[in-house]
Ligand binder design. Structure first.
Ligand code: 9J3
Ligand code: ZN
Length: 313
């Protein structure tokens, strides 16, 4: 079984189904027939199939619960990439949907921060891959590498992933993104600046001496933490966000009650907005726009959110 859900008729009621048990007559009967036809088509093509309008959509329609869940609809496999087998970065682990029945997927490389290894960001591997992405959590050449080096390493990792790795055939090499923590987040900005074809960038509590990013052309979600004393948002995440082009699809998510190291463990607020950002901009999947627009409001886990509603492609 390669699909994320069984290819039998959906067992849960469609949101479009009538809520009442009232007898169907006239227009309602027509609507019911149309619904039945739609269900039949859905059954024939399977719930994991691509929508006709967007060849990059993967997986079922999202809900708030589905983007907050610890795992998405795809079973995940993983493979280790030895540092001895690659150049330009330090190896890592590839997490990918086991299924080969849903076509290719977009891919994301993720860099750890200063002194960190892939284990510090490994929770993102299965969390994002299970939603329908190939995710490469990398080690850097040395744990002391600076953001510019981490940016080059993220790009080397993507190049390896799409051209030489054992999963290269599962990836759509035109749909790539970058993420990273701290100096890896600074490296995420560096990578986007040097490769404008990247479709999404998500720096997590990013750190960089370069405070200005007007060169970036990649839709970028910057995640800061209100209690970050290592990369304080006032001198890192906020100026990084405000200096991105105002015409760009960009957002600033400041986590509430969070520290520099919040991105180093499983975090549902980071996950749900990262999934939405990657889906919307790597997969062009407008089904996820509902989680980005209208802008998320402050609450128990969100100190502040700034940004724009995604521009129509
Ligand atoms: O990757 C990071 O955690 C950057 C923050 C840092 O340790 O900067 C010290 C130079
Ligand atoms: Zn700059």
């Amino acid at each position: 079984m390669q699909h994320p859900q069984p290819s039998t008729a959906p067992s849960t009621p469609s949101p479009a189904a009538p809520a009442t048990g009232r007898r169907r007559t006239g227009r309602l009967a027509g609507a019911a027939a149309a619904l039945a036809a739609a269900v039949a088509l859905t059954t024939l093509s399977g719930p994991g199939a691509h929508a006709a309008g967007n060849p990059y959509e993967r997986g079922p329609a999202p809900t708030n619960a589905s983007i907050e869940a610890l795992r998405g609809p795809y079973a995940v496999s993983q493979t280790t990439v030895s540092p001895l087998s690659v150049t330009g970065f330090g190896g890592g682990t590839v997490y990918y949907p086991t299924s080969t029945g849903d076509g290719t997927f977009g891919a994301v490389a993720v860099s750890p921060g200063y002194t960190g290894t892939q284990s510090s960001i490994s929770w993102l591997g299965p969390r994002l891959a299970s939603q329908g992405f190939v995710v490469f959590t990398i080690d850097t050449l040395t744990t002391l590498d600076q953001p510019d080096s981490r940016g080059r390493q993220l790009l080397a990792a993507l190049d390896y992933l799409t051209s030489a790795s054992s999963v290269r055939g599962r990836i759509d090499s035109s749909r790539l993104g970058v993420m990273g923590h701290s100096m890896g987040g600074g490296g995420t900005l560096e990578a986007a600046k040097s490769r404008p074809s990247l479709q999404a960038a998500i720096p997590l509590t990013p750190w960089n001496l370069d405070k200005t990013w007007p060169e970036v052309r990649t839709p970028t979600l910057i995640v800061g933490a209100d209690g970050d004393t290592i990369a304080p948002v006032a001198s890192h995440a906020q100026p990084f966000y405000t200096t991105l082009p105002s015409s760009l699809d960009r957002a600033y998510l400041e986590l509430n009650n969070a520290t520099h190291f919040t991105p180093n463990s499983s975090n549902t607020t980071i996950a749900k907005y990262s999934i939405s950002w990657l889906k919307r901009f790597i997969d062009d999947d407008t089904r996820y726009e509902q989680f980005l627009c209208p802008l998320p409001q402050p609450g128990p886990t969100i100190e502040e959110y700034r940004g724009n509603c995604p521009h129509t492609s």
